[in-house]
Design a protein around this ligand. Structure first.
Ligand code: FES
Length: 203
């Protein structure tokens, strides 16, 4: 029971981080999930205290069983949040759809200095930015909840802020500068050939 209670505390911290940066509908489900877990934690804690006092063992077991049932319900909602609502899921999972070889995605003359532009590499939306003559390319879909980075704020220090929940990513390597996002943006190698900007997934 003690190990379970310690695990619950850790899960609550990560869950709260995911919860704070999501939509209202998902927050409602998340709130229910959290309240159920809180209730189950209280039941298990009481059960543990009764066991330590070595009295009312029957009541202690009954409370733990009730906690088990409530945990099952909370787990169902947690699964729904992850699998159906995509909360806490990296929205830029690197897959075979990302270009492994250079593909042309935009004429170079269409990208001005300090401009952000989204262009398609197959099905993948790529954010292109030119700063101080250098062209950078990272995935345009925010790893947090899928916000379009091209509609965000371009910072002068080679970073972009997501318009939805304000995660900030480095354009140089896609790394997270500040959350709520925890996963980096996939980064692309860039070259200009025959007047076209070409990208491929950085190795
Ligand atoms: S979608 Fe939430 S920070 Fe980008």
């Amino acid at each position: 029971i003690v190990i379970g209670l310690l695990g619950a505390a850790g899960s609550a911290v990560t869950g709260l981080t995911d919860w704070s940066g999501t939509t209202k509908k998902k927050q409602k489900i998340g709130l229910m999930h959290g309240m159920l877990n809180l209730g189950a934690t209280a039941l298990y804690t009481t059960s543990y205290l009764l066991r330590r006092k070595k009295k009312e063992r029957g009541a202690a077991i009954a409370l733990a069983m009730l906690g088990y049932g409530i945990t099952g319900l909370a787990a169902y909602l947690g699964g729904h949040l992850v699998y159906a609502e995509q909360v806490g899921v990296d929205h830029t999972q690197v897959s075979a759809e990302y270009p492994q070889d250079f593909v042309a995605i935009l004429p170079e003359k269409e990208l001005s200095e300090n401009q952000m532009k989204a262009a398609k590499a197959g099905e993948i939306s790529v954010l292109l930015v030119k700063q101080q003559g250098e062209i950078y390319a990272i995935a345009n879909t925010c790893s947090h909840l899928g916000g379009p980075l091209c509609d965000g704020e371009l910072k002068p220090d080679c970073s972009v802020v997501c318009p939805w929940h304000h995660s900030e990513f480095s354009l140089k390597d896609g790394s997270v500068i500040s959350g709520p996002a925890t996963e980096p943006q996939p980064k692309f190698e860039v070259r200009v050939k025959a007047g076209q900007i070409e990208v491929k997934l950085a190795g």
